[in-house]
Ligand binder design. Sequence first.
Ligand code: HEC
Length: 140
Amino acid sequence: MFAAGGCFACHRFANEGGMTGPDLTGSGGRYSAHDLLDQIINPSREINEQFVPVIVKMKNGDTLTGVVVNMNGDRVTVNTDMFDPNQRVNVNRPDVASIEPSKVSPMPPGLLNLMREDEVMDLLAYIISGGNSDHNVYKK
Ligand code: HEC
């Protein structure tokens, strides 16, 4: 279900998957089953501070939303498409009017809507198990 639900697109789990969201290998140990499910159903309720998206307002009126991946001198690099880590926009800091945190998680809501209840349970059990990696929460 982790693969079928599209989670690998953004999350690493047991050394596989994307990097645009947090590594979930240890998250079974960080959250109760209830809170874990809540994080998946309501991604924007509590946004992981390392992945807070920003709204960049430019002096010319343009805006863009994404996650800041690099700041170097006057250059700010923003990833504007969470499904594509290469989708990056460089902005020139002197052209920026403001950068503010967004209250909307880059993780889309509703990912569980197409799953049956037993499939959701399987997904949770899989995350809580930590997979078969060395990070397995039950090996500690
Ligand atoms: C488009 C990218 C994307 C997809 C697809 C995605 N996520 Fe996320 N997810 C994120 C990002 C970014 C965060 C961090 C921001 C936040 O906390 O809302 C996150 C946060 C989480 C968290 C909280 C982890 C933490 O440490 O705060 C959990 C649990 C989670 N996702 C589970 C899932 C599961 C399960 C799926 C598949 C059904 C999934 N995600 C699909 C991007 C994604």
